[in-house]
Ligand binder design. Structure first.
Ligand code: G
Ligand code: G
Ligand code: MN
Ligand code: NA
Length: 253
C-alpha cells in the first residue's frame, strides 16, 4: 500500500508530530493530564491521513512498533523539555496498541526511554482498549501491574463501545475508564444510552475507578455527565488537541 510505504519513509524523516488534548477535572475544571495524539504530514500531501486511518495500516506490520516507539520517545522528550522550562507538571497519556504491548521488549523499551530522559512511570498514563486487556496473558498482566505499581496510570479507552464486560478486572486492576464518545453523545437524548452510562459510572466507582467522559462537545453533555458522576472530561467543548507550544501557554496562563 502507498500509505504503508509513505509511513515507512516518514519514520526516517520528520513528518510526525504529537498534539495534546487536556483532560479537565469535573470538580474544579483544572487540567490534570493530557492525551498525546499522533499526527502525520507526509511529503505527498495526497496521502495525508488521520490516525484512525493509518494506525490500522501500521498495525499490519512492524511499522506500528516503530511508530509506537517514536511516540514514546517524543512524549518523553516533550515532557522533559516542559520540565526544563519550569512548566507545572502534567501527566501525558499515551495510546498503546495491542501490537506494541504484546512485544516482549515493550516494557524494557519504555523503562529505557524513561531513564534516558530522567522521567518516571508516574509521569505517564497509558490507554489500552478493552480487547487488549481481555486478550492479555499472565506475563503481560504482570508487567502492567509492575508499571502500575510504579505509578503509571492505566486507562481503558473507548469503554462502552465493545463488550465492556469488566471481566478482565478479576485478573487485573486499572485506574480509569474512558467512556467512548459515541455513548456520551447519545446519552442525553436516549434513555437506553443513559441507563448504560449510569451503570458504567456506578460499577466503575464501586471498583474505585476514575471515570472520564470523552468527546464532550456541548454544555448539555457536560452537565449530564457531571450529574451522573463522571470525574473527568475531555472534549472539544473544553480543549481541542493542540500543539505542544499551545499547551505550554495554556499551562502557564
Ligand atoms: O486523533 P484521532 O481522533 O484521529 O485518533 C483516532 C484514533 O487513533 C484514536 O482511537 C486514538 O486512540 C488513535 N491514536 C492516536 N494517536 C495514537 C498513537 O500515538 N498510538 C496509537 N496506538 N493510537 C493512536
Ligand atoms: O480513541 P481515542 O479516545 O484515543 O480517540 C481520541 C480522539 O478523539 C482524538 O483523536 C480526538 O481528536 C478525538 N476527540 C477528542 N475530543 C473530541 C470531541 O469532543 N469530539 C470529537 N468528535 N472527537 C473528539
Ligand atoms: Mn485515547
Ligand atoms: Na476513547
Amino acid at each position: 500500500r502507498a500509505i504503508a510505504g509513505a509511513l515507512r519513509q516518514s519514520l526516517e524523516g520528520d513528518d510526525f508530530h504529537l498534539v495534546f488534548q487536556p483532560q479537565i477535572d469535573f470538580n474544579d475544571y483544572h487540567i490534570q493530564a493530557c492525551e498525546a495524539l499522533l499526527r502525520w504530514q507526509p511529503n505527498d500531501t495526497s496521502l495525508q491521513a488521520m490516525p484512525s486511518e493509518f494506525i490500522p495500516i501500521a498495525e499490519r506490520s512492524d511499522l506500528m512498533i516503530r511508530l509506537g516507539q517514536w511516540v514514546i520517545r517524543s512524549a518523553c522528550r516533550q515532557l522533559s523539555k516542559w520540565r526544563a522550562q519550569g512548566l507545572p507538571h502534567i501527566r501525558i497519556d499515551l495510546n498503546i496498541s495491542g501490537k506494541q504491548l504484546h512485544q516482549s521488549s515493550f516494557f524494557n523499551f519504555l523503562n529505557e526511554v524513561l531513564d534516558e530522559y530522567g522521567l518516571q512511570a508516574s509521569d505517564f498514563g497509558i490507554e489500552l482498549t478493552e480487547d487488549v486487556l481481555t486478550g492479555a496473558d499472565s506475563n503481560l498482566l504482570a508487567q502492567l501491574t509492575h508499571m502500575r505499581d510504579a505509578g503509571m496510570k492505566i486507562a481503558v479507552d473507548d469503554f462502552g463501545s465493545g463488550y465492556s464486560s469488566l471481566n478482565f478486572l478479576k485478573h487485573f486492576s486499572v485506574d480509569t475508564l474512558k467512556i467512548d464518545r459515541a455513548l456520551i453523545a447519545k446519552a442525553p437524548e436516549s434513555a437506553k444510552e443513559q441507563a448504560i452510562l449510569e451503570a458504567i459510572v456506578q460499577l466503575g466507582h464501586k471498583l474505585n475507578l476514575q471515570i472520564v467522559a470523552e468527546g464532550i462537545e456541548t454544555e448539555l453533555q457536560a452537565v449530564f455527565c457531571k450529574q451522573l458522576g463522571c470525574d473527568q472530561a475531555q472534549g472539544f467543548l473544553y480543549h481541542k488537541p493542540m500543539p505542544a507550544p499551545q499547551l505550554a501557554q495554556l499551562l502557564t496562563s
